[in-house]
Design a binder for this molecule. Structure first.
Ligand SMILES: C[S@@+](CC[C@H](N)C(=O)[O-])C[C@H]1O[C@@H](n2cnc3c(N)ncnc32)[C@H](O)[C@@H]1O
Length: 329
């Protein structure tokens, strides 16, 4: 049995170490569905091209591209335009040749020497899997770093209660330095008289730095958009949001490489020029005219499917609540 380590470190090696979860052959889509898959992926791709056009950008780069699901949809809409993706695995075999691919280290790390052309850079559900410091209010009221037991284990069986996982962890030293500064500025509820033992803080500093490091790689005129679930200082979740997925189920977040580990993003502390909800970022599409159905039934059915995918992307309480954090470089 090894010494407990900060959760952030255990999380990094569980997802991106040599046997990390994101290196598995089945890819993230083998464990959970995102808006980049299927019909919503097609609708999202159309919307992203509209944003690229709005900013006068020719190409799109997908950071945290999974196995190229969104890239394939982007390619299907605009096959002639520059497209590339980054993820921690070698180029997926099924990816269209015309689409570029760069292997990346994982988490906050980006490939050494990677200097992309001016583009719209999309990070769809990347920042929520950039490991961050987790702190907890101790019985004496101090905010302490949460440690994980990094000894090998296995995720428990799928169950429906995401937060009953307190066995493999302990409280470490009081939070200090830059993490503490970040909390005082962006997560002040961890310090008020209302803070209760067991309250969690998921420190956004590591995501802020990863995002800023990405922006620093981009040439002037580029625009980056982080699309993710998150919160702002007005609605930080007291009990934290760390959760794990495996094979479509919520499981105990054990950092052993067998499950995804994700926590919502503090979207207001990221460098940005604009922030909106996905329901505002994706333009609504009207229901196609039924008269079309007899003239061109296939086109009518396609338009109907696209319309319902757009509605799904904009649905309050679902994908519509995702944040789009936009930074013009
Ligand atoms: C939650 S999945 C999202 C995948 C895809 N964007 C989607 O929305 O379906 C996060 C992805 O980000 C990738 N990732 C994490 N850190 C990365 C990094 N530094 N560079 C490139 N990809 C990274 C992971 O390997 C994983 O495929």
């Amino acid at each position: 049995m090894s010494e407990p380590v900060p959760w952030r470190m255990a999380w990094q090696s569980a997802l991106y170490g040599p046997d990390g979860f994101y290196r598995r052959a089945e890819g993230p889509a083998g464990h959970f569905t995102t808006a980049t898959h299927g019909g919503t992926g097609r609708a999202l791709a159309r919307s992203l091209w509209a944003w690229a056009d709005r900013f006068g950008l020719d190409g799109i780069i997908d950071v945290g591209a999974g196995r190229g699901e969104l890239l394939q949809h982007l390619y299907a809409w605009e096959p002639g335009r520059p497209l590339s993706g980054l993820d921690v695995v070698p180029r997926p075999r099924e990816l269209t040749d015309a689409v570029g691919w760069v292997e990346s280290p994982g988490g906050a790390g980006l490939p050494a020497g990677w200097r992309p052309d001016r583009a719209l850079v999309v990070a769809h559900e990347w920042l929520d899997v950039v490991p961050c410091t987790i702190a907890e209010v101790a019985p004496d009221g101090t905010l302490r770093e949460l440690l994980a037991d990094s000894s090998p284990g296995s995720c428990s069986e799928p169950h429906s209660i995401p937060y009953s996982y307190r066995t493999n962890q302990s409280l470490g030293p009081p939070l200090s330095g830059a993490d503490l500064d970040w909390c005082q500025r962006f997560w002040p509820s961890g310090f008020t008289s209302e803070a209760r033992p067991g309250d969690r803080v998921e420190v956004g500093r590591q995501r802020d730095e990863a995002w800023s490091a990405l922006l620093e790689r981009l040439p002037a005129g580029s625009v980056a958009v982080a699309v993710d679930y998150g919160h702002t200082v007005a609605d930080r979740p007291r009990e934290g949001t760390l959760v794990a997925y495996r094979e479509g189920h919520v499981v105990d977040p054990v950092p052993d490489g067998s499950c995804d580990l994700t926590a919502h993003v503090a979207v207001d502390s990221l460098r940005q020029t604009q922030r909106l909800r996905q329901r505002e970022a994706v333009a609504a599409v009207g229901v196609p005219d039924h008269a079309w159905a007899t003239v061109d039934p296939a086109a009518y059915l396609r338009a109907l499917a696209d319309q319902s995918a757009v509605a799904e992307l904009r649905r309050p309480g679902g994908f519509g609540d995702f944040w789009w954090v936009i930074a013009q470089v």
